[in-house]
Design a protein around this ligand. Structure first.
Ligand code: FPP
Length: 311
């Protein structure tokens, strides 16, 4: 986290696309709204369980910018549900050290919801056990686009001028030197651009480690596209209202068994290629290529490794 004295968050950042509410409800002869209501219970269960599984940042996709295209009754019900959730859960979050933050646009939300968001964020701001980020009217592509626009105009993150997607209260804090967009044309690091994308100059959540999508579909749906560059993706058939602590545990377990290479080589492949190096004059390039080709598990004939060698 940023330089405001809060402890560094060193655990997992999990992000969840909570899909399947509608199908869950229809399969039970209920309204889609009933599905979302049951989905809110799954949110409570997941928030409670997250810290037990080493998660200290949890980002939930509650309402995408494209969800405005749903029938007005469903949109209205979802907005009321989000407000009710914040009203009902803020006290419990304070008690449990959960810090709430809402990401996404606020300028299209009802003022009553914006007030509730601001109040929840204020009340829970000292929470250190879990950083719960709820994405409402969120589009990753819009967030990246806004960051690029700010870069061009050198506006601080979230500055409302020329920025139709400003993030309400976060945006108005955007004048710290470290959060200011670099001078137009100046080189920018990934870290700096990440801060612009996060639209939060003081601190930003580190990249997503683990992305879970429930409901059986296998896509990202414009969620955290920049932050998920190296996320492990876990898709489950479970409909979101049925999701619980055991499913979260299973997902984290699967994540922990995955080997994250970030473009480099697995230790075993590197050792094997290095051992082969005496016979094949392996270079870092051959090591990387062999690791990519066999996923770091199979063995390559020396001739094949040599054929791949770069000068
Ligand atoms: C996608 O399922 C889900 C949503 C668009 C809404 C998610 C909202 C909640 C889980 C409840 C409230 C959230 C919080 C944070 C309190 P879908 O309706 O598209 O399901 P379908 O694919 O089966 O139709």
């Amino acid at each position: 986290m940023g330089g405001d004295g809060r402890r560094a968050l060193s655990g997992l950042h999990a992000a969840i696309i909570m899909d399947g509410n509608g199908r869950w409800a229809v399969a039970r002869g209920k309204s889609r709204t009933a599905g979302h209501l049951a989905g809110a219970d799954a949110v409570r269960r997941t928030v409670e369980a997250a810290p037990d599984h080493g998660i200290d940042i949890l980002t939930l996709y509650a309402f995408s910018s494209d969800n405005w295209r749903r029938p007005p009754e469903e949109v209205g019900a979802l907005m009321r549900l989000l407000r009710r959730y914040l009203m009902a859960e803020t006290g419990r979050c304070v008690e449990n050290g959960v810090r709430i933050q809402v990401i996404g646009r606020r300028d299209r939300l009802a003022s009553s919801l914006v007030r509730e968001i601001e109040s929840a964020e204020r009340a829970t701001s000292r929470g250190e056990k879990l950083w719960l980020r709820i994405a409402i009217d969120y589009s990753a592509r819009d967030a990246i686009l806004r960051a690029a626009l700010r870069l061009r105009t050198s506006l601080p993150p979230g500055d409302a001028a020329g920025d139709s997607g400003s993030q309400g209260s976060q945006g108005s804090q955007g004048a710290s030197p470290e959060g200011r967009a670099p001078h137009p044309g100046a080189p920018i690091s990934r870290e700096e651009f990440s801060r612009l994308v996060a639209e939060c100059p003081e601190e930003r959540a580190h990249d997503v480690d683990l992305l879970i999508r429930t409901g059986g579909e296998k896509r990202l749906s414009d969620f955290l596209l920049w932050e998920c560059a190296y996320a492990e993706l876990i898709f489950t058939e479970r409909m979101w209202p049925d999701f619980g602590a055991a499913d979260l545990e299973a997902a984290v377990l699967e994540f922990r068994h995955r080997e994250r290479r970030f473009g480099t080589v697995p230790a075993a492949a590197a050792a094997r290629a290095a051992a082969a190096g005496s016979a094949t004059s392996a270079t870092p390039a051959t090591i990387a290529i062999s690791a990519v080709r066999d996923g770091g598990r199979g063995a390559h004939p020396d001739a094949e490794i040599a054929a791949l060698a770069m000068p």
